[in-house]
Design a protein around this ligand. Structure first.
Ligand code: T46
Length: 129
């Protein structure tokens, strides 16, 4: 598949003196969400992910803290992304290996295109390639 990961800038409404609101909705989402989950309190030395998905598309948002994401496509293209603004999201297409690390205070919100299905995971790097 030729889809590539890319960053999405969500609207950021407000002011430093008031606080902000960001919105993800039909107009700025790359797919119709079927599931939302979030990860938090991940120790800095822990690497999450380390898998790919057969069909699942996802959007990752660092609603707090800083998240570093390494992606690799089936053709071997590697990219590094940093999420450290709550109004930014990373679109992750299917068939991309991902490894993710977190700052101490990071909260990662994930918007997913499909319900949870363990059969959709490719957890062995050799199977991915
Ligand atoms: C991804 C990265 C960014 C469920 O039961 N339901 C769910 O919806 C999810 C996401 C997970 N789980 C269970 C399955 C495992 O027993 O929670 C446990 C941890 O899941 P996993 O090892 O997949 O967690 P991460 O943080 O490595 O990966 C997650 C997503 O699973 C994955 O799709 O791309 O976040």
């Amino acid at each position: 598949n030729s889809e590539k990961p890319y960053l999405i800038s969500f609207p950021k409404i407000g002011a430093a003196s008031l606080g902000f609101i960001s919105i993800a909705e039909k107009e700025n989402l790359p797919f119709v969400p079927k599931r939302i989950y979030w990860t938090y309190a991940t120790p800095q030395e822990v690497e999450r992910g380390n898998h790919s998905h057969k069909e699942l598309e996802q959007l990752l948002i660092a609603v707090a803290g800083k998240i570093s994401i390494k992606t690799e496509s089936l053709s071997g293209e590697k990219e590094d992304f940093v999420l450290d603004s709550p109004n930014m999201g990373l679109y992750l297409p299917k068939r991309h290996w991902r490894t993710i690390t977190y700052s101490e205070n990071a909260v990662q919100l994930c918007i997913a295109s499909m319900e949870y299905n363990e059969d959709d995971y490719i957890r062995e790097y050799n199977d991915f390639k």
